[in-house]
Write a protein that binds this ligand. Structure first.
Ligand code: MV4
Length: 442
């Protein structure tokens, strides 16, 4: 069993991992930049080490400094959280080379799923439905045939991409060449890999993702779905579980396919398969090989602590539950609280002069801020997650609205009011929203 975990992250997720470690009796090491000297995760960890100056590049992305911190503190595990180095295959490899346990999947799985073409090939081989596409875009004949066969619009995507970078939607066939060339140029610049591929462009899909958990003994369970369609510029804003559009039959079908695919490749740890869902059809997009920001909504409806399970799996423990033990009960919604202006979305770092968190039955706040804390300008603007749970979606929305009303954060701008407007809108209340919601919401 792992005895001491270095948490290679900051903010709310560092606290989240630290809490799981505490409950498992595992010692914790926090790393921090000079700007995060007084951060909550530093205060709560058993030990802490400064790994560099404020910029993420020099601190939270500084692999030599992080490995040195782990060595100096005799950490036998490293948890990457999400973002930063959490899907960096080289980081996972270097950790294993130092006989430290990377709390995550094997580096070979990070690599495979990091290339969206390879990820789709794995899913095609395992009968997971994928978006109809064309991987070889060097042959104009093939491109013409693809478009004749599939129809316009199509979308050009970067193989090493993600989060919308390097994407171009093509509505007319005479635009395809320019779109491919500009997507390649952006992909080369952003990911140092100009490989791109084509897919049929789905115009009004939902973003539905399936949570999986696997141990090192071949046991895999699925933990339901999350609807993450409320996004702005590829940044998720609100996530919920379950999706009211899925029947139990639909849910079981896609979950069983995910389970088979993940078993087939010998995947270990937590992972999420992302789908576009349109006209009651699932289309696999990509797989995330990390714990996701929105994992709490799954925890609330299944009662399973995903981070503890992740650590136990990495320690070589067998899963403590079978698929039959897992059931989803009630409804959960997460609102990402950002230090930003609610209309302009401009980041709003600065000192929090008044702070009061909501509470009560079915209200969870995952945040590392406190009254008097200064939100630094160097990192992502998300300062916390407000999660609510209730017996059904209607009560869950009402509880979220009440909790948002209660949430006091003065001294900086936040998007709390924006969340209230969204969840009280007819479209959100109906549940019938898709990924275009924010582009038409005002
Ligand atoms: C798509 C799509 C429609 N059709 N692929 C956005 C980032 C990356 N995850 C892939 N994305 C999309 N891929 C096909 N074939 C629409 C999007 C998309 C999107 C997907 C999920 C949630 C929000 C989105 C916002 C814009 C575009």
């Amino acid at each position: 069993m792992i005895k001491k975990i270095l948490i290679a992250n900051r903010g709310e997720i560092a606290l989240r991992v630290l809490r799981a470690c505490r409950e498992l009796g595992i010692k914790t090491v926090a790393i921090h930049s000079e700007a995060d000297e007084s951060a909550m995760h530093v205060r709560m960890a058993d030990e802490s080490i400064c790994v560099g100056p404020a910029s993420a590049q020099s601190s939270y992305l500084n692999i030599p400094a992080i490995i040195t911190a782990a060595t100096l503190t005799n950490a036998d595990g490293i948890h990457p959280g999400y973002g930063f180095l959490s899907e960096n295959q080289r980081f996972a490899e270097i950790i294993e080379e130092h006989n430290i346990k990377f709390i995550g999947p094997h580096s070979s799985h990070i690599k495979i799923m990091g290339n969206k073409i390879d990820a789709k090939k794995v899913m095609d081989e395992n009968k997971v439905p994928t978006v109809p596409g064309l991987n070889d875009v060097t042959d104009n004949k093939k491109i013409e045939q693809f478009i004749d066969n599939i129809g316009l619009p199509v979308i050009v995507k970067a193989a090493s991409g993600g989060g919308g970078k390097g994407m171009r939607v093509v509505f007319k066939s005479d635009e395809i060449e320019n779109a491919i060339n500009s997507a390649k140029a952006e992909a080369k610049k952003s990911f140092n890999d100009d490989k791109v591929y084509l897919e049929k462009f789905l115009t009004t899909p939902k973003h539905i993702e399936i949570q999986i958990l696997a141990d090192a003994h071949g046991n895999v369970v699925t933990l339901g779905e999350r609807d993450c369609s409320i996004q702005r510029k590829h940044q998720k804003l609100i996530e919920e579980s379950p999706s009211e559009l899925l029947t139990d039959k639909k849910r079981k079908e896609i979950s069983d396919l995910c389970k088979k695919a993940v078993s087939a490749i010998g995947y270990e740890g937590v992972g999420t398969l992302e789908f576009l869902y349109e006209n009651e059809n699932f289309y696999f997009m990509e797989m995330n090989t990390r714990l996701q920001v929105e994992h709490p909504v799954t925890e609330m409806v299944t009662g399973i602590d995903l981070v503890k399970q992740q650590i136990l799996a990495a320690s070589g423990e067998k899963l403590t539950m079978t698929q039959e033990d897992i059931s989803m009960k009630g409804h959960s919604i997460e609102c990402r609280i950002n230090a930003e202006h609610p209309e302009s979305f401009i980041p709003s770092p600065g000192k929090i002069t008044q702070y009061h968190q909501p509470g009560g039955l079915g209200v969870r706040v995952d945040s590392a801020v406190y009254q008097g804390y200064s939100v630094p300008p160097h990192y992502d603007s998300m300062i916390g997650k407000l999660i609510t749970y209730a017996d059904n979606r209607k009560e869950c929305i009402a509880r979220m609205n009440r909790a948002l009303e209660e949430y006091v954060i003065m001294g900086i701008n936040t998007n709390i009011q924006l969340h209230q407007k969204i969840i009280m809108s007819d479209e959100f209340q109906s549940g019938n929203y898709d990924i275009n919601f924010m582009s038409t919401f005002n």
